[in-house]
Design a protein around this ligand. Structure first.
Ligand code: DC
Length: 223
């Protein structure tokens, strides 16, 4: 049976994951956050103090990553251990962006992403889903917002946490990651030629969800 695949790409903090989560639960699709895979590779390398690209490549064979969907929520396992929460630190964000520029790391994660999309109706988010991982996706959306808006959304999310970084630090991390993700040689972050651009700088969460649902209803025959 042919599955339905929706690709959502865009820069860090554009709201891809919250939008994709909301919509996938409405549609009964699986939401796949591919950034978590790169974060998991980064976590392994950080925990083992492996820094050099050559050593990172050598150590990939020691990593087993699997995704489990519990009540529709993605949990990521690294060598059998649930690391879903451990991968969400600023250090791992930067390191994930760095390891994601290594072609062997991308190759290592490619099959897993394609297999999940082949076997399930998915909304998959990342940087290269519409361009590389699922070039034949049924619908491609490129979700973006200004760096300042993305930084301020992240700041609001983290504000109540004891270790919330200052706004300026969040903004400079976002700008640095945008640069790394768009300038790498392999599978850089870019809008696929057949993707629909959605700039959410001046849009609220529900407005964006409504717009994406409309796109899905107009472009896909889901009955
Ligand atoms: O979506 P995220 O912020 O969790 O992703 C972390 C990093 O992983 C991001 O800076 C770039 C990389 N990434 C990628 O290169 N390709 C993807 N499909 C998803 C993420």
């Amino acid at each position: 049976m042919k599955t339905i695949n929706i690709a959502i790409d865009g820069p860090a903090g554009a709201g891809k994951s919250s939008i994709a989560k909301e919509i996938s639960s409405e549609l009964g699709f699986i939401y796949v956050d591919t950034g978590a895979l790169y974060r998991t590779v980064a976590l392994y390398m950080c925990e083992h103090e492996i820094k050099d690209d050559k050593d990172i490549i050598k150590n990939l064979e020691k990593i087993d990553i699997s995704l489990r969907f519990i009540g529709g929520t993605q949990c990521v396992y690294l060598n059998g251990e649930n690391v879903t929460d451990n991968i969400r630190t600023p250090e791992i964000s930067m390191e994930a962006s760095r390891v994601s520029a290594i072609p062997e790391v991308r190759e290592f994660l490619f099959d897993l992403q394609q297999k999940i999309a082949k076997e399930n109706n998915v909304i998959m988010d990342g940087r290269d889903i519409g361009t590389v991982v699922l070039p034949d996706a049924d619908l491609k959306i490129f979700l973006t917002a200004s760096p300042e808006e993305r930084a301020s959304r992240r700041y609001m999310e983290l504000q109540d946490k004891p270790d919330c970084p200052p706004y300026e630090e969040i903004l400079s991390d976002i700008i640095a990651r945008d640069y790394q993700d768009t300038h790498r040689k392999i599978a850089p972050l870019k809008q696929a030629s057949d993707a629909i651009l959605l700039d959410t700088t001046d849009m609220g969460f529900h407005e964006v969800c409504k717009e994406v649902i409309e796109l899905i209803e107009n472009q896909l025959d889901l009955d």
